[in-house]
Design a protein around this ligand. Structure first.
Ligand code: AHR
Length: 512
């Protein structure tokens, strides 16, 4: 059965916000040390930034970068990471049972962002610290000068303000694994007070409150409602986190799982708008999906998450991604695009080595993991008006297993469309890009897209990503085993696009 979709330039979901294409750098394992920062590496520049990693980051094209955590931020003293490096303290990091040298801190991160052409997004510690520490960090970063903290930044060698616009009010404060976990009321209160102080220092900043750390958290729903009851007037965003998994070894269910991100987004929008309705407010809280990825192999076993002996930059969470993972990941990209009206910020978690699209060997090369490619397509070609495609696809039933939170949960998905699709119209570049996932594991998918009102379209490029072995990976020895290749046989006839998509494939069709 042919899959059909109808797109029209006037039927739009919304314009993608630049910040939808962000990523995340945490002090975690070898993300920073041995990842993006490695003085002494043959490719390192004068600041110790690995230029081989920077080149890959430019190709990946993330727009914003969240920092410094993650779980790490809930025990972080930002003061430890500024000033003369030789005076910075070594500390135990209780998030990842590592020793933090603090050789890399906020100022180095800002320099790295500038080198990469990326907008920084900082998280403040609302675990072991409070609004006072947060407002001091805003003053240190953003105040021009003439106060103790802004002059301290200048003394440290950064005369110009960092001008950080986007701030996260803590991280996953609903999670028992977090340092100083809070109830929704406790968090709602501290987030409100922190937000007030931070914004009084710099009224131009935007703030994101912590939502649930997963849809499967037992407090999901109630948490958002209570937190937004407290913070509604003080924040622009509420966050969401999702890590897709295939613990069950059920590929069909795994590939269906991005559809639960769609549900999660719809549910958080409903709760945020209910809070607005109770106030008779026209304000709309936007969503910051500030952690999303595939993650399971290095997740549940404690030896995969921490190493004994408080090592510096241990090789933890170094998930090696497969072809199958890239397919589920592509599905997540489509979910984000199709909610561009409310998801105005998102961060792929993370960037280098720890659950990351880029892998490195300390002292050695850097290479692209399988998930690198769908993200690069998403970011490079996903800018513009997302179109409301009228997709008609045969469906299948699956049951997804997701143990995050306190309960092991299964989710029946009775009607998963084999095709998952997003269409983006870049009006400036007059381009239309179709992102299509074929979730059928053994059948090719004939697809026909009726692109109304676009006149005569021409094919610019058609790419597919597939592999006979769904467990194929990219490694140091074979860094390009899984990569996009031309998709043959795409026909464009006036406003009609016809193609046949390989079983279990990620496809990108670019038209002008
Ligand atoms: O991204 C890895 C971890 O996952 C983050 O530190 C935390 O926020 C989440 O639980």
């Amino acid at each position: 059965q042919t899959v059909t979709a109808t797109i029209d330039r006037t039927f739009t979901i919304g314009e993608t916000d630049r910040r939808l294409f962000g990523a995340f750098v945490e002090h975690l394992g070898r993300c920073v040390y041995g990842g993006l920062y490695e003085p002494g590496h043959p490719s390192a520049d004068a600041k110790g930034f690995r230029t081989d990693v920077l080149d890959l980051v430019r190709e990946l094209a993330p727009t914003t970068m969240r920092y410094p955590g993650g779980n790490f931020v809930s025990g972080y003293n930002w003061e430890d990471g500024v000033g003369p490096v030789e005076k910075r303290p070594r500390r135990l990091d209780l998030a990842w049972m590592s020793t933090e040298t603090n050789a890399f801190g906020t100022n180095e991160f800002i320099d790295w962002c500038r080198a990469a052409g990326i907008e920084p997004m900082l998280a403040v510690n609302l675990g072991t610290r409070d609004g006072e520490a947060a407002r001091r960090l805003v003053e240190y970063c953003n105040f021009p000068g003439g106060t103790e903290l802004s002059d301290l930044r200048r003394d440290h060698g950064w005369p110009e303000p960092h001008d950080v616009k986007f701030w996260c009010l803590g991280n996953e404060m609903d999670g028992p694994w977090q340092m100083e976990t809070k109830t929704a009321v406790e968090y709602g209160r501290i987030a409100t007070e922190a937000a007030k102080l931070m914004r009084w220092v710099d009224p131009s900043i935007e703030l994101a409150a912590c939502g649930s750390s997963a849809r499967t958290m037992p407090t999901f729903g109630e948490w958002e409602d209570t937190v937004l009851e407290h913070t509604f007037e003080h924040v622009e965003f509420i966050s969401l986190h999702t890590y897709l998994n295939d613990y069950a070894g059920d590929t069909a269910a795994f590939l269906a799982s991005p559809d639960l991100m769609d549900s999660f987004i719809d549910e958080v929008v409903a709760i945020a708008d209910a809070v607005a309705a109770r106030r008779r407010s026209s304000k709309r809280i936007m969503l910051s999906f500030d952690e999303w990825n595939v993650w399971y192999r290095t997740r549940r076993k404690s030896e995969g998450r921490t190493k004994l002996g408080w090592p510096v930059a241990p090789n933890i969470l170094e998930e090696v991604y497969t072809m199958k993972d890239a397919l589920a990941f592509g599905g997540a990209c489509i979910s984000l695009l199709n909610h561009a009206d409310r998801v105005r910020s998102a961060c792929l978690a993370q960037l280098v080595n720890a659950i990351a699209p880029i892998m490195t060997e300390t002292g050695g090369p850097a290479w692209r993991q399988t998930i690198f490619h769908p993200f690069a397509h998403f970011s490079n070609f996903g800018r513009g008006q997302v179109l409301r495609a009228n997709l008609v696809s045969p469906t299948y039933a699956a049951t997804y297993y997701d143990p995050r939170g306190t309960a092991d949960l299964t989710f029946p998905l009775p009607a998963v469309p084999y095709a998952k699709l997003a269409a983006v119209h870049d009006e400036a570049g007059r381009a239309v890009t179709l992102f299509v996932l074929n979730r059928h594991l053994d059948q090719p998918m004939p697809i026909q897209i009726d692109a109304r009102g676009f006149g005569d379209l021409e094919l610019v490029e058609a790419l597919e990503m597939r592999h006979d072995d769904l467990s194929a990976t990219n490694t140091k020895e074979a860094p390009d085993r899984v990569r996009p290749a031309p998709l043959a046989g795409v026909r464009v006839d006036g406003g009609r696009v016809v193609a046949t998509l390989a079983p279990a494939s990620w496809n990108v069709i670019r038209l002008v």
